[in-house]
Write a protein that binds this ligand. Structure first.
Ligand SMILES: [Zn+2]
Length: 253
């Protein structure tokens, strides 16, 4: 049996058997890993306190019957500032859930691992305003679409691949992208999206967070884009995210 070390962020955990857990961890070295932690819920277990979702940890693992099994933890970072705010916590839940739901295990992606850490660091220093956090989640979702190659083409019709016309463009969640005027019959239920909403989506894809934070847009347009983003998320994941209800509740409370 050989020990090996990985560093990453804890995405999720679930209970197994009476006193054990399986953790989902996004690591720099190997992408997402499922890590078995035997007896971690026992009152005397020392490792449990370090293994909170959102924490950055260095793990020592051994490959056993239950797959990768935890033998030691060293906590590198814990986002304490996020834990002080219910709204930030909800946003962190959204970030962790989306990455957990949209990735497969054992698919190394160092760029995504670095981006995840960057997002947590940014969220820590972000002002905990509802509008700010809602936009932050939008920015994050579109970055993830891009990083994972799941985002819709921004400039071409999803059906005929021609450049989009100025007006009458629809967003079809079923087809996974924009429908030009000439192809509207292929999803007549898809809502027409005006040019303001489309330019905001361009901004979400192309601007840095600092630029986007001060991007002026009316509330109605931002709401339209939030709905498109949600439809895209459902399409990709084929189900709502576990944290999504909570995030929506926060946004409207
Ligand atoms: Zn078309």
């Amino acid at each position: 049996m050989s020990l090996h070390e990985v560093t990453g962020v804890i995405l999720n955990r679930r209970d197994v058997r009476e006193d054990s857990r399986i953790y989902s961890v996004f690591t720099h070295e190997r992408g997402k890993l499922e890590v078995f932690a035997r007896g971690i819920k026992k009152p005397k277990a020392k490792l449990g306190g370090h293994m909170e979702p959102g924490a950055t940890v260095k793990l020592t693992l051994v490959r056993g019957k239950m797959g990768e099994t935890l033998t030691a933890v060293e906590r590198r970072h814990y986002p304490n500032d996020i834990m002080q705010s219910l709204e930030k916590l909800a946003s962190l839940g959204f970030v962790l859930n989306l990455i957990d739901s949209a990735t497969k295990t054992e698919a190394p992606d160092p760029m995504l691992a670095s981006f995840l850490q960057e997002v947590i660091d940014r969220l820590e220093i972000l002002q905990a305003r509802k509008t700010n956090l809602a936009r932050f989640r939008l920015w994050f979702a579109w970055r993830i679409f891009r990083l994972l190659g799941l985002g819709p083409e921004l400039d071409t019709c999803v059906h005929c691949r021609k450049a989009l016309t100025e007006s009458g463009v629809r967003f079809s969640a079923i087809l996974g992208g924009w429908l030009g005027l000439e192809c509207q019959a292929f999803d007549a239920q898809a809502p027409i999206v005006n040019t303001q909403a489309r330019s905001f989506i361009h901004a979400l894809n192309r601007l840095t967070w600092e630029e986007l934070e001060s991007f002026e847009i009316d509330v109605a347009t931002e709401t339209v884009v939030a709905r498109i983003t949600q439809a895209q998320l459902h399409q990709i994941l084929e189900r709502p995210l576990p944290a999504e209800k909570f995030v929506n509740f926060i946004r409207t409370a």
